[in-house]
Design a protein around this ligand. Sequence first.
Ligand SMILES: C[S@@+](CC[C@H](N)C(=O)[O-])C[C@H]1O[C@@H](n2cnc3c(N)ncnc32)[C@H](O)[C@@H]1O
Length: 287
Amino acid sequence: MSLAASHLDSVEATDDRDFNFTARDFDRVRSLIHAKAGIALSESKRDMVYSRLGRRLRALSLDSFKTYLDQLEARNDADEWQAFTNALTTNLTSFFREAHHFEVLAELLKARGRQTPIKIWCAAASTGEEPYSLAITAAEALDSLTPSVKILATDIDTQVLETAQAGVYPEERVDKLDDAQKRRFFRRGAGANAGRVRVIDELREMISFRPLNLLDARYPMRGPFDAIFCRNVMIYFDKPTQRDILGKIAPLLSPDGLFFAGHSESFFHATDIVTSIGRTVYRRTAR
Ligand SMILES: C[S@@+](CC[C@H](N)C(=O)[O-])C[C@H]1O[C@@H](n2cnc3c(N)ncnc32)[C@H](O)[C@@H]1O
């Protein structure tokens, strides 16, 4: 676990117990978010759930988790379901996380050349650092701020998508990028925006941000994609769910397209769907 995450957990664990939160409430939350988003919350997430959903209870002036969960299920209000889901996702990400993937992508882009339109899907885009890293890789590999590359960035969490779309980050988020990248792809904020950077418009225009739940029975987008990044989200799902999702993603990949997974994700239970070709990089399995 990262320092930031463990700090967050300890802060959340010391939260004052304003609301009645029973073992039964926690089990209900776990089964609801599992059914909704596929996310399997372990026992250790009890304090996290209390802290994050406690904010919803406060906002709605409710005094018990039971009342909140009863209302959530009885009213079936899409906005509250979205707020419930947003509260329970984990959105940890960074620019050029798992950097070796971007080197592999750069090779693929150079091999395709500047004239060929290229489509990339980022299937768990979080706050946007991953899709912007894809756009920077495309601009650098094809030596153009307006390459013939379209990136679709999706996530179940509508709140992180808003951050992603804005493309504004605290300066520390881009610390690890080299100076040339910072100068070429970001603008420093001034006045009220001092200490922040904004991604340049050309990169933002390469990307379309859309909500999508990977659990949905059908995906609305049209392939084929030359590359699909689906990183550090499958870890939240059980193996049958992973297989189900891979079965929907693989047909959207071009026959020689690449599927990128997170560092702790492996699909040995789905070799009939995707075939490993290197460090957490896969192709569609030939039929
Ligand atoms: C840990 S972040 C990973 C972000 C990025 N892919 C990376 O590797 O840095 C996981 C993301 O998956 C999203 N997510 C969780 N369940 C999802 C689902 N059922 N459908 C789509 N996205 C989901 C979360 O909202 C979160 O933004």
